[in-house]
Structures are given as C-alpha cells and as structure tokens.
Design a protein around this ligand. Sequence first.
Ligand code: BDR
Ligand code: CA
Length: 307
Amino acid sequence: MKKILIDCDPGIDDALALALAHGSPELEVVGVTTVSGNVALAHTTDNALRLCDYYGMDVPVARGAGRPLVRAPRAAGHVHGATGLGDVVLPAAKSELSTQHAVDFIIDTLAAAPGEISLTAIGPLTNIALALRKEPRIAEWARQFVIMGGSYTRGNTTPAAEFNIHSDPEAAAVAFGAPWRTVMIGLDLTHQARATAAVRERFGDLGRLGSELVTPCLDFYGQHISYRDEGPAIHDACAIAYVIDPGLFETVPARVDVETQGRFTAGMTVTDFRAPAEEHNAEVATTLDVQRFWSLVADAFRAVARG
Ligand code: BDR
Ligand code: CA
C-alpha cells in the first residue's frame, strides 16, 4: 500500500478525490489537512470531517491556514456552493479534529516515515509553504510531492492562472522553489477528466453514495458555465490517480516558475519545457489515459459504497 497525505479544500472535486483515495486498494490515507480555498476554512474543515465520517475513513483531520500568505482569500462558492459541497448536506461529523495544526501535522507525519508518504495538495499551497518554511526537510522526507494546480496553456480563474495557484501565488512559488520535483497535474491534464453523461452512467450502481453525494455533487458542479458543454472536470481526483498509478499519465520534465508580480498574470505557472535539465523543478502532466482513469474511479467509488 502506498501512503498518502492529502492537503485539501473540499470542494466538490476534493470530495470525490477523497472517495477515490479511500476506495483505492493501492492507497493508505495517513491524514487529511485542510486549507482555505474553494470556501472558507471553517467550511473546508467541516466538510473534510463530515466526508471522512461519511466514507468511513478513520484518519486524522487537521485544520490549517485560514488565509493565503499575503493576499486576501478568494473563494469559489459560485462553482462549489456556499458551503463547498453544492446542495449536499452530510450528517454532522462525530469524529474530532486533530489537536495539531495542519502545518505541524504535515511535518510530524512526514518526519515519522521519511521516503514513504506521497504529499498531495489539491487546494491552495498555503499549508505546504508554511510547512516548508518551518521545516525545510519535509522536501527530503516526502516520497513525492504531487499537486493539482497550474497549467501550461491557460487559466480558469484568470486567462493566465488556475484557481489553486491564483489563490496563493506566493505560497505556490515557495512550493515550486523547494528541492523536490513537483508533479504538476494542471488544467491541461485535468480537462481530459470530464464527467460526461457516458462516464456518469458508470456510477449507476453506487446506492446511497450515488444518490446522496456523487450525483447531486456532479449535478451542481456541472451547472457551472465552463462545464455545461463537456461535463465537469474532476480536477483533484487526477492528482490522487497519479499517486495510485503514474502509468496513466504522460509527464514532461520542465522548469516551472510562479508569477507573483504580474498585474494580469499573477498565479500563472510559467512552464519552460525547453529549459536545461539542471533547471528542471517539475514533472508536468500532459496526457491522461482517460478510460483507465474512469475505471479506477468507478472501482474505488464502488468500494466506498460497499463500506
Ligand atoms: C481547482 O480549483 C478548485 O476549485 C478545485 O477544487 C480544484 O482543486 C481547479 O482549478
Ligand atoms: Ca481543490
């Protein structure tokens, strides 16, 4: 089993990513940390706790940063709903939050198992940057660092920037500047993972997981203007899928720098595929095996539904 620590801001696609991680026979989720992003920290944290209980995940959940390093928070309630899970209201969580701050939880968890845990961030990179500043050795201790964020062509929040990077560009710059090779699962990749009508037919036998969570979440998410034609892109699940099976992805080494100054381009992940090898700091995902991705997701959701 591969160990994974998930830093997230649930968030509809974060919720589906957690289900994929929990339902995968390949993964052991060692913890979930929360950050302000799609909605305010109080909601992302409450959602993470409720989701873990609902899925039957017995893992620590630790609350992290309530705002980006420098900038004001910018939520995406218009995409994910006022509380982050569309219209879905899950039962209140019985589990308690970890008493540790997410930053300390990340540091201590990675320190306890050097080389074993994939650190996977599917929200703004605020907690990751703070953890790197407090304990730079996490860059050695993480088995790999995988993010959903960025793009090498276009943005979804501005023409230049993807939401997670745009939300906290300074934190993203710290994360890309650390001495690990960030695996960037950006929009160019995740826009290949569309929950089309044909894909959704494959989720027909999920019982209550389907009727209470997956279907209403996808219905809500799919209403967003950018998703109406081709179905919503399930961005965050792609980062989890990479940890499960990197063979589903083509990646290309590159130099990625985060724009923190630009008036129109803040949060852009400036990606240089022609940079010399010694300057490479990222593996950038370009192509997804779409059929095998959805098989992985459908199998995992069925495993969660069976309990
Ligand atoms: C990313 O932004 C958020 O809205 C999603 O949860 C995902 O992590 C996509 O740009
Ligand atoms: Ca997210």
